[in-house]
Design a protein around this ligand. Structure first.
Ligand code: PHE
Length: 330
């Protein structure tokens, strides 16, 4: 019998213990077999053997029950350990993405002009000399070409230096009236805290019959637009020069940092320059063979808007893909 006590003690899991239970207590088990053998013994011996077997039966059953409780407890503990959640574990839980601040700003600009019925047009990033310069009243060797440091390819092809060629492409492909904006990437040989070789502009062009478009119309929509983008700011128009507009103006808003008091960002002037605009120069209409029309145009840098809206100090940081910066815009 000793081997069965040992077997019960050594069983390592409930399943094994159950196998032993059947071998010991089952109908064809060890105890049953011992009781069968007893038949051949004498009556005195029978009583003795039966008493002995019944004792074993009881103790084996107690041993079995005790071992079963131990094994069940162990198995439960194992299972709980395996299923438990370790809250201190590092998790690579999914992170939600977000629009890049430049794209978010661009979307907001486009949203405004869409609401004013301006259609979105796209041109080409690799442009030819005609669309980028010539048709915009910038003939070859014109000194104003120096305003924009250009990346050139062979055969007079270049990376567009502004979105203004989309004005030309649109007018060449459709009849007036026109009411369009052109958001997109532009390229210049420039790199410092306020310039990167690639940045984004949004161009605007409105063309209608002669005498129908005035500087007052331009002034109204740009003021309204700038208040939509920056909230309650002062807006001022300063005479300027662009070859493709006449008259031309640069537009300033009161500094969003110091509210016009004068600070480092606005170079103590209280004003921030945010876009260029003007009345379309007759030479531009001539280049696209438009007759008896008038129009206005404007262009702005999206990164500059994003920097002013989000108070970002260095333009280059927008293109470094720094998660710590980008996470703030989620
Ligand atoms: N194309 C000009 C620039 O890149 C901006 C501009 C567009 C000015 C349209 C006037 C009219 O600086």
């Amino acid at each position: 019998m000793k081997e069965w006590y040992d077997a019960i003690h050594e069983a390592q899991n409930v399943e094994k213990l159950e196998e032993i239970r059947i071998l010991v207590f089952g109908k064809k088990g060890v105890l049953a077999a011992e009781f069968v053998k007893m038949k051949n013994a004498s009556n005195e011996e029978k009583a003795e053997i039966a008493k002995d077997l019944n004792n074993h039966k009881t103790t084996l059953m107690n041993e079995f029950t005790a071992r079963k409780i131990v094994l069940q407890t162990l198995e439960l503990q194992e299972a709980m350990k395996a299923e438990s959640i370790d809250v201190s574990l590092f998790s690579s839980s999914s992170q939600s993405g977000a629009l890049h601040p430049v794209m978010e700003t661009m979307d907001k600009i486009v949203e405004y002009f869409n609401s004013m019925n301006f259609a979105v047009k796209t041109g080409k990033m690799v442009e030819d000399d005609f669309n980028n310069f010539e048709a915009l009243n910038l003939p070859k060797y014109h000194p104003a070409r120096d305003m924009q440091d250009t990346f050139y390819f062979k055969d007079e092809m270049l990376l567009r230096t502004h979105t203004s060629p989309v004005q030309i492409r649109t007018m060449m492909n459709s009849k007036p009236p026109i009411r369009m904006i052109a958001p997109g990437a532009v390229f210049r040989r420039d790199y410092d805290i306020t310039h990167t070789p690639m940045f984004h502009q949004v161009e605007g062009l409105l063309v209608d019959e002669e005498g129908k478009v005035s500087f007052a119309n331009l002034k109204y929509i740009l003021e309204d637009f700038l208040k939509y983008m920056f909230g309650e700011v002062e807006v001022r128009f300063r005479p300027s020069f662009f070859p493709f507009t006449e008259p031309s103006a640069e537009v300033d808003i009161s500094c969003v940092f110091c509210k016009g008091e004068g600070c480092r960002v606005c170079s103590k002037t209280g004003w921030l320059e945010v876009l260029g605009c003007g009345i379309v120069d007759p030479n531009v209409f001539e280049a696209v063979k438009y007759k008896n029309v008038s129009g206005y145009a404007f262009g702005l840098g999206v990164e500059r808007f994003a920097m002013l809206i989000h108070q970002i100090g260095d333009l280059r940081s927008l293109f470094e893909g720094d998660i710590k910066l980008l996470e703030q815009f989620r």
